[in-house]
Design a protein around this ligand. Structure first.
Ligand code: AMP
Length: 176
């Protein structure tokens, strides 16, 4: 089983983000899960990938050729797929994965999160999408989700699609 990991190409200011990214990679590999991710060695994504590889797990990278220079492809992945566009990257990452985990990140991470979240909303897949709320990073987004529900823009019965994990163990429970 493989899970897609979406997270920042930056490391974040607080060292807790990198610590928790490393811990997550280790826990996933120790429990037999491989990961699918953007294929880069930079930022939090590089941390998760390194930890999975160190713990003997499988890591599949999917990188658009035009990002190869900017994001620096990780040299020791189990598999790396070079693709023509961001759209193909995102579609392949969804196809290759059985669940999605979203760590802290910026606009790219949010784009990836909202794509798989909204695809679940309209029934295009039934795979769990999990926000890993390290250091309360997503508290304001979760408040905004409450507002979207209160104001009638997300249906109450779709609230269950917003899965939030506070620890790596919570994530394992969701994906098991
Ligand atoms: P960020 O969260 O902005 O650091 O980006 C994290 C990952 O999302 C990186 O691997 C980027 O290649 C990817 N990314 C950046 N911009 C976009 C975008 N517009 N659509 C999809 N993915 C993106």
């Amino acid at each position: 089983m493989r899970v897609a990991v979406y997270c920042g190409s930056g490391m974040g200011k607080n060292p807790i983000y990198a610590e928790k990214a490393t811990e997550l990679g280790t826990v996933l590999a120790q429990n037999g899960y491989g990961i699918v991710y953007g294929g880069s060695k930079i930022g939090l994504m590089g941390k998760v990938a390194d930890a999975v590889l160190t713990a003997g797990g499988e890591v599949v990278g999917v990188m658009p050729t035009h990002l190869q220079m900017r994001e620096i492809a990780h040299p020791s992945l189990t598999e790396i797929h070079f693709v023509e566009s961001m759209h193909i990257r995102k579609a392949k990452m969804v196809d290759f994965s059985d669940a999605f985990i979203v760590l802290p990140g910026g606009g790219g991470t949010m784009d990836e999160y909202f794509e798989v979240f909204t695809w679940a909303q309209i029934g295009l897949h039934e795979k769990p999408v999990i926000l890993y709320n390290i250091n309360g990073f997503y508290d304001l987004l979760l408040q905004h989700f409450d507002r979207m529900i209160e104001e009638g823009f997300i249906r109450t019965d779709q609230k269950s699609l917003i899965r939030v994990a506070m620890t790596a163990e919570d994530i394992l429970k969701f994906i098991k």
